[in-house]
Design a binder for this molecule. Sequence first.
Ligand code: DX5
Length: 225
Amino acid sequence: MPSPVTIVPSALSANYSRLGEDMAALEKAGADRVQWDVMDGRFVPNLTVGSDVVAACRESTSIPFEAHLMIVEPDLLAPRFAKAGCEVVIVHQEACRHLHRTLASIRELGAKAGVALNPSTPIESIRHVIDLVDLLLVMTVNPGFGGQKYIATMEPKIAEAAKLIASVDHHVDLEVDGGISAKTVAGAVGAGARVLVAGSALFGHPGGLETAVAELRATAEQAVG
Ligand code: DX5
């Protein structure tokens, strides 16, 4: 029986000196997808990996990759991450001058189109492009760093996102990202999230990745009911 939730470890918390090994370890630990947090030091005050690093890790695991582009020019780099092997490319609504065109172009690349909303950005801002959205990411932290505190006041926003998704006739993943752990996941899942990004809660778990993924999945499944 497939799990009703999807566990997506964030590579932001992986060991950057052995990313390939960590990708293989994530697959062994039962992760469903891996999220690459791409930061340009301008959209967010941090700098991480480019598409070459993602491409270099592609062969280390068979589980899908998604790219979370926390960058000011997503139109420029989205094609590179699709080419590097990301099945989903997620752009920030706040970084797109023409979001409708950007989402359509990601789909034309053969990737699924994702849109992420910072905590202050309303669901209303993507209502008119929801037909082009395959994944809606409600941020539960202010983007830029791992290990931040979950913002529980995002739960009504997650519920609003779930309502919008229920009104369309195509599948849209409802994803949350930021401070997700066995302690916080029930609130997010209870509000409607089913795709769970976690970095520090998985890589920092004293019991190791396998225990961490299993524990997060079990806690989330319990919250689905
Ligand atoms: C934005 C990043 C982080 C990361 C998850 O800063 O997108 O949210 O994926 O980090 P944790 O799970 O450690 O909060």
